[in-house]
Design a protein around this ligand. Structure first.
Ligand SMILES: Cc1cc2nc3c(=O)[nH]c(=O)nc-3n(C[C@H](O)[C@H](O)[C@H](O)COP(=O)(O)OP(=O)(O)OC[C@H]3O[C@@H](n4cnc5c(N)ncnc54)[C@H](O)[C@@H]3O)c2cc1C
Ligand code: SF4
Length: 511
């Protein structure tokens, strides 16, 4: 007899939200997570080494090799209980209705769109917003999708610098509104937000960020879910078209473990999940196995930093507050594009983060000047391309026996052209807010990676069916960001959460 009803691999949005449905339905669940718990203390979390890439939770034990497209030739993975949610910016957008429809400009001539539509996710978006207690402002953004319930929390007051950005955008005829954020502003039974300057890329020392390690995983454990952290999954074992067990190596003892269950939910992230599928040899059972690891998307992200004549944020407070989506579905001056992207406020970065991004003398010189900066993040929807892929090199295993993951990623001409239009608009907004000039910084991380094991109706071009079941294997589901057929131009976490709640419910009803 199997020890568990279900094993969930990965404790990020996809893993935690699917696990929630299973645990709430009374199933015996084990969660396996390669990272450790992030301890909370002001010194550790908000000090110069607290930002994720500088912290021990930027895990370099299974290095990613990135010959093309990374910010470095080798990169780490974000690993901890709760996944990168612990360090994330908390921005929690619903994708727009049209994001689920087919779009030949984005997907090419064989466009299919998503096998599910916005209406299939709407109630799960509402559920996810409730679990993560999202704050924000509705009724302003012209692209806002239908919603069946209000956001659980109101948006907090704007910082002075945010007010300037808002006025500037409004003078340009735009509709700025407050970002939906997974931050506790109103629940006084626990610590509310202190509006500090170290939020995005830092863990919250006072647990006011509604990350998964704060809001979801402890509750699941209290209801009986088992969690094995520091446990690296290396292989899913198949017999007669079913996964029968999962092999792991403990990061702390280096001992091997094998766990059995009736059902397996793979949610190791859009890089971790194809890595495990490929190293387990599972694509051979799937008619769409050839596409596992492919169609990797990560948004095209650039920060338009306005350089102000003095300190940009004189109050020294949190100001990742505004979004502007007026150009989401195009720009009047570029009618050839039916989709561009979103603009979101980006606060003054801490000096240590700038020094890490711009190594050497340049970083040292520029880090004292960061107080002059405040910006806008431009997120462009990137095209899913077959050649943008994670593949493996089995001749080079890591210390756990996992083959070396190799990532190649190039943006398309369309991606870059869309970014040019969006950054030009961002510059105008920052100028109107008082910036003398600007500096554009392109982000080359994989923090918004999605799409490597996509769901779809066509079994040759997608490895998952519309229920996110891995075709060819009866009891294996994928629930993380890798399931997305397109990236939209909005932060992915709430959509991953909503879809994982949907699939989790389907799993509880399956035999
Ligand atoms: C600094 C930063 C800021 C961000 N800000 C935002 C934001 O504001 N809004 C937003 O929507 N998105 C944001 N994102 C992106 C968001 O965090 C991701 O889209 C989301 O976490 C992906 O969820 P997931 O379930 O696909 O995978 P993840 O959350 O990445 O979870 C995967 C988990 O699997 C574990 N794992 C991987 N391999 C193995 C293995 N072999 N064995 C066991 N466990 C394994 C990992 O350690 C991880 O915990 C941000 C990301 C970063 C890095
Ligand atoms: S801004 Fe608020 S939620 Fe973010 S780290 Fe600071 S206290 Fe925590």
């Amino acid at each position: 007899m199997n020890s568990y009803d279900a094993i969930v691999i990965g404790s990020g949005f996809g893993g935690s939200m699917a696990a929630k449905q299973l645990v709430d339905a009374g199933m015996k669940v084990l969660m396996l997570e390669r990272g450790d718990w992030v301890k909370r203390s002001v010194e550790e979390n908000w000090g110069p080494k607290g930002s994720i890439d500088l912290s021990p939770f930027y895990d370099k034990s299974s290095l990613l090799y990135v010959p093309v497209g990374g910010n470095k030739p080798t990169m780490g993975l974000y690993s901890c209980v709760g996944g990168p949610s612990v360090f994330y910016g908390g921005v929690s957008f619903r994708f727009r209705e049209a994001d689920f429809e087919k779009n030949e400009q984005i997907e090419g001539k064989d466009a299919q769109g998503w096998p599910i539509k916005y209406n299939d996710l709407e109630s799960y978006y509402t559920q996810a917003e409730g679990i993560l207690s999202i704050s924000g402002e509705t009724g302003i953004d012209p692209t806002e999708p239908r919603r069946s319930a209000p956001l659980p929390q109101h948006a907090p007051a704007l910082a002075n610098i945010s007010q300037k950005v808002k006025s500037s955008a409004q003078k340009l005829g735009l509709h700025p509104f407050q970002l939906p954020l997974a931050i506790n502003y109103e629940d006084t039974s626990r610590q509310t937000c202190l509006n500090c300057k170290t939020c995005d890329t830092f863990a919250c020392a006072v647990s006011a960020k509604n990350d998964l390690a704060t809001t979801v995983i402890p509750q699941l454990m209290a209801k009986g879910m088992g969690l094995q952290h520091n446990m690296v999954v290396t292989k899913l074992n198949v017999q007669n078209g079913r996964i029968v067990s999962v092999d792991c190596v403990s990061k702390t003892t280096k001992q091997q473990h094998t766990f059995t269950a009736d059902k397996f939910i793979l949610a190791a992230g859009s890089l971790g999940t194809p890595h495990i599928l490929l190293s387990s040899g599972l694509p051979q059972y799937n008619p769409g196995g050839d596409v596992v690891g492919r169609y990797l998307m990560r948004h095209l992200n650039s920060i338009i930093f306005g350089i102000f004549p003095g300190v940009a944020d004189k109050e020294g407070r949190f100001h990742k507050q505004l979004a502007i989506l007026d150009y989401y579905f195009g720009h009047p001056k570029a009618p050839e594009f039916n989709k561009l992207g979103s603009l979101q406020q980006m606060p003054t970065p801490p000096g240590s983060v700038v020094e890490n991004e711009l190594k050497g003398v340049l970083g040292k010189m520029l880090s004292p000047a960061v107080k002059l900066l405040s910006g806008l993040l431009a997120i462009v929807e990137d095209q899913p391309q077959y050649n943008n892929a994670l593949t493996i090199d089995a001749s080079n295993p890591d210390e756990f026996g996992l083959p070396r993951p190799i990532i190649n990623h190039n943006y398309s001409d369309r991606d870059n052209a869309a970014m040019k239009i969006l950054t030009d608009e961002g510059k105008k907004i920052m100028k109107g807010a008082g910036a003398l000039t600007h500096y554009v910084h392109e982000i080359r991380t994989f923090s918004h990676a999605v799409g490597t094991v996509r769901m779809g109706a066509n079994e040759k071009t997608s490895a998952l069916d519309e229920n996110c079941r891995f075709r060819g294997i009866e009891n294996l589901y994928v629930t993380d960001g890798s399931v997305m057929p397109t990236s939209a131009a909005l932060n992915p976490s709430l959509t991953i959460a909503a879809n994982a709640l949907r699939v989790g419910e389907i799993i509880t009803k399956s035999n």
